[in-house]
Write a protein that binds this ligand. Sequence first.
Ligand SMILES: [Zn+2]
Length: 510
Amino acid sequence: METNYTVLARKYRSQDFESLIGQDVLVKTLTTAINTGRIAHAYIFTGIRGTGKTSTARILAKALNCLSFDHATSKPCCECENCRAIAAGQHIDVMEIDAASHTGVDNMREILDAALYRPTNARYKVYIIDEVHMLSTSAFNALLKTLEEPPAHVIFILATTEIRKVPVTILSRCQRFDLARVPVETLKKHFAWVASQEQIELSDGANELLARAADGSVRDGLSLLDQAIAQTGGHVDEGAVLDMLKRTDRGTVVNFMKTVLSGDVNAALTKLDEIYNNGADLTMLLNDMMEWTHWATRMYPSLRLQDATSSPYTADQRETIKKINENISLNTLSRIWQVMVAAVSELQASSNQKQCFDMLIVRLIHIADMPSIPELLKQNNVPEQKPEIKPEPEKKQQFLEIKTTDDLMRALQDTRELLLYSYYTSNLEILEFEVGKIKYFDRKGDKDFSQKLTLWLKDKTNQNWTIERIENDPHNKTISEQIKSEIEADPMVSSAMDLFEDAELVNISK
Ligand SMILES: [Zn+2]
C-alpha cells in the first residue's frame, strides 16, 4: 500500500450538491432556496453517521462563498480559492468546530465573540458545529443568544446524529434537514463507480454484502471497501468480503435454519460446528438468523405481503423459505424471534459464545417441535379457529349441555381449561348445582374465578348462569376430597392402606 493512500471516503467525498449520494429531497429543497435567495441564518443537519452531514455543510459553505459568482449559488465552481480552501477544511472564515471537544461555555463564547467581526475573504462567516448535541447547557444558551440576533454575515450550520438531544429553543431557530439512510441500491451504484475509478474488481455479490453491511452509511461502506481492497489486493469477491465480515453467506444461513427447524438436534449442532470452524462470528450469525426469521415472517403466506422480492434472498433461497413456512406456524416464528432477541444479550454477556449458541440452537429446535395452541386444540378434536379474516358461512356454534358437576368437569377438561378445572375440583365445596345455577363455598376465595367461570359457561352453553359464592364454610368436601374418600372406601384400596402402615393417598389420576 502506498504511504500517501487517501481513504476512499475522503477521496470520494461529494464536492457539490449533484454528487451527494441518496439525498435527493434535501438537495432539491436546499438548491431551490439558494437559487431564490432565501438563505437562512442557521441550518441543522441530522441523520445517522456517514450520510453526508459534514459534506453537505461544506458544500453549502462553498455555495455561499464561491468566488466565481457575485452571489450565493447552488453550483459552486469547486475550483476557486474559496471553494478549494473550504473543501480542504482550511478557509479562514469557515470554522469547523467539533462540539464533542468544545463543550464548554468559554469555548463557545470565544467562538461567538469572533463571529461579530466581518469575514476576511468570504461573503459569509460560516460556523459548522459538528455533533452539536454534545454542547453543555450553558454553551447552548450562549449559542442561542447569537442565534436570536445573528449578525447579517454569519451562517451557522449545525450537524448532529442525535437531534432529540438538541434543545427545542435551538431547533426552532434553525432550518432542519434530515439526511436519509442511503438505500442499498444507491450505495451499490456508488461503490461500483468508486471501484471502477480505482480500477479494482468488485463482484456484484461482494458489493451487495458491503452495501448491506454499511447500513445506510456511505462512509462506513467505503471504509469496508478500503479494508477489502487492502486484504485482497484489488480483487474483491463475495468470499473475501464474507471472510472479512466474518459472515456466513445467506445460502448457508437459509439451509442452517432449515436444519434447525426440521428438529434434528444432531444435524443442527454438527452444521453449527462446521459454520463455527469456518470462522463465522457468532454474533453476526445470530444477526443473519434474525434476518431470516424476519423475512420468513414477512413472507408468511397468510399475511399476503407482496414484498418477498425485496428480501435479500435469491429466488432459490426464497423457495426454500416458502417450503419451511408450509410446516411452521406464524406463532412459532414469533416465538423463535423472541428467543433470538433474548439471545443477543446472552451472547454478549457469555464468556463462551459457542456454548451459549449450542444451547440457543437446542432451544430453537424445542420451540419448532412444540405444537402451537391451534395444533394442540386440533389434537384434542376441538375445531381449530383459523386466524384468517374470512366471514364464516352461517355455521352454528355447537353449544354444550351442562346439567351436572360431572358434565361441567368433563367440559372443562375437553376444552383444555385445566386451570379452571383444577381450581374447581380442589377448592370448591359445591352446595347446589342445577342448570343455570351453581352455589358454592370457595376455600381459596379467588374472586376472579367466579367471573371466569361465568363467562366460560355463557360462552359454552349460550345461557346465563348465576354463580353464588357463600361466605361461611359449610365444611363440605371438595370434589377432589370426595373422589379421594370414594377411592379410600374401595375395599381393595383400604386393604392396601392397611397393609402399609404409613401409606397415604396423595394423588389421584383418573
Ligand atoms: Zn468556487
